[in-house]
Design a protein around this ligand. Structure first.
Ligand SMILES: C[S@@+](CC[C@H](N)C(=O)[O-])C[C@H]1O[C@@H](n2cnc3c(N)ncnc32)[C@H](O)[C@@H]1O
Length: 323
């Protein structure tokens, strides 16, 4: 079965109530768009992986683990290792699949620990994770008791990496679709919790992004928004220009009080900053599973409080607000 057919089938079984038709229309629009140039390689990598659909899953500890080394012989595990590496770069994790450990660029478990301590518990909730990457957090949300998790991310590689795991757990209540936040139905209003982590500074219209998120929440639902921020007064926004930490697509980085103002303007209430942190090389670094440049290459070697472009080095804030 092709990846498109798998996505259609998974969405058809998703508990989205009356909003499912609109999500199906959004998926069809996305599938009609230009295919990713690596799509054939992704399908080939997935096809090379063994599928053992009755494996044990461990979703409530730092390493998202499906199956164990005992479920595969050494040759088959070597083949799986190669097929997973063909989906390089692995930015979010850590994972372990059938005894193959995936040491991703980000220790996403550290962010998840900060987030999980700051939000309304997810038990039984219907969750949307916008810009979900390869689904690491979506699995952790399920591990925290969420009733259903929908992740959306426009990056085809992220969807392929997620499928490497989802194929082993076809009944798991988690679905990832290749959509951007701008592709979501305008007012689905069907989620109890919506996450947007590491996305808002990639959007040219940050308040528009917050309105898109507001439209996905039921009244009283919770937004969990995580972003880069600058240590500055209300109203301050860093527009980094050409690049920020070598990234081309960073448009605006707010101060915490600017972010709270944006949330208010987009219709949220009771917005608060739950946590702030400075990103270190313990959390973001080059590994065998992400061989490109990482945080250490993005900072000024003479003054690591600055990026190589001279902007303030990455700091991250977690905001929580009610729709
Ligand atoms: C910095 S990563 C953050 C991933 C993950 N949420 C996390 O916090 O680690 C940004 C993600 O946003 C995705 N993205 C980029 N543009 C987007 C858009 N318009 N809508 C939703 N996601 C987007 C990227 O593909 C990428 O996976």
């Amino acid at each position: 079965m092709s990846l498109s057919e798998i996505l259609r089938r998974e969405l058809a079984g998703a508990p989205l109530g009356a909003a499912r038709d609109d999500f199906e229309a959004a998926l069809e629009r996305a599938l009609r768009g230009p295919p990713n140039r690596d799509a054939t390689a992704f399908e080939a990598a997935l096809a090379a992986m063994p599928v053992l659909p009755r494996l044990e899953a461990e979703l409530d500890s730092p390493v998202v683990r499906i199956g164990t080394a005992h479920d595969l012989d050494a040759d088959a595990r070597e083949t799986l290792h190669g097929a997973l590496l063909a989906l390089h770069p692995w930015r979010k994790g850590p994972f372990e699949l059938l005894g193959v450990p995936i040491d991703s660029e980000w220790r996403s478990d550290l962010k998840w620990a900060r987030v999980a301590a700051s939000i309304t518990p997810l038990a039984g909730r219907r969750v949307l994770d916008v810009g979900c990457g390869n689904g690491y957090y979506a699995w952790r949300m399920l591990g925290a008791g969420a009733g259903f998790v929908l992740g959306v991310d426009p990056a085809a590689r992220c969807i392929a990496q997620f499928q490497a795991f989802k194929r082993q757990q076809p009944a798991a209540a988690v679905v990832l679709l290749p959509l951007g936040s701008e592709d979501l139905p305008a007012q689905s209003r069907c989620f109890d919790t919506v996450f947007s982590m590491g996305v808002i500074y990639h959007r040219r219209d940050p308040i528009g992004h917050l309105r898109e998120l507001h439209g996905q929440l039921r009244p009283g639902g919770e937004l969990v928004l995580e972003t880069l921020f600058i240590d500055a007064a209300a109203g301050a926004v860093l527009a980094p220009g050409e690049r920020y930490a070598k990234m081309r697509n960073v448009w605006s980085i707010p101060s915490c009080n600017t972010l709270l103002g944006w949330l208010h303007e987009a219709g949220f209430r009771d917005a608060r900053i739950a946590h702030t942190s400075i990103t270190t090389a313990d959390e973001q670094r080059r590994t065998a599973w992400m061989r490109f440049e990482s945080l250490a290459d993005f900072l000024d070697p003479r003054n690591p409080s600055l990026t190589v472009e001279g902007h303030p080095a990455p700091r991250r804030a977690l905001a929580v607000a009610t729709a």
